[in-house]
Design a protein around this ligand. Sequence first.
Ligand SMILES: [Zn+2]
Length: 261
Amino acid sequence: MIDTHCHLDQTDFRDDVDAVVRRAHEAGVEAMVTVAVSADSSENMLRLMAGKPGLFAAVGIHPNNTHEAQPGDWDRVVALVDRPGVVALGETGLDKHWDVAPFELQQDYFDRHIRLSQQTGLPFIVHTRDCEADVMAMLEAARSRGPLTGVMHSFTGGSETAARCVELGMYVSFAGMVTFKKSDDLRRTAATIAADRILVETDSPYLSPMPLRGKRNEPANVLHTAKVVAEARGVSLADFDRQSTANARRLFSRMNDVVPI
Ligand SMILES: [Zn+2]
């Protein structure tokens, strides 16, 4: 299993990140992508990964951190893309829910991540909150310039949007929300995703899946989300695990430069 999205540099993990990574491996999570939210966080990820097999990083500036980015921060992110263990760009995207950064600034940074992805071939990780149409418009525009490779992280949209994302070249990833009691619609959507484009993630330390809701989330818990998605799709956990792990290794192909543990 692979946790395709976690934030292991958050202060929640300050005291026990080694134990968190060990528990993930013990639970059968062979790899995890820890995702940056700023230039500082991107640089921290490289330090965090050192000596931890199975830990990989995404570097980038989160839409809700764009207003704090200093001149030169984007160049610091760009300088990291060729470092060993960096497998993706992000997280990026758009957020009208928290509305902390000017929307044009969010769009500017989203555009930078997409263009850098198209230049480097590194996949980009998309955060969408209350602005699906804006995100889709930018993906459509980017697709008209060239191929897209990336993932809609913690997807909460409908099956039509998901299908269009897949047509555009994107993968679709489900987090703990899909396990919640009221998430019947989201489980129905998860059942419709093409088998070769579906992923799972924890988004740790946020949004623990059932039955751990309310506690700090960690990568080992991706198992609970995988179980629910497998059930929704009518396949065995073993089959879903094999398929979604292969998908993650195809999308984050730089993982394969490192021998799996
Ligand atoms: Zn995230």
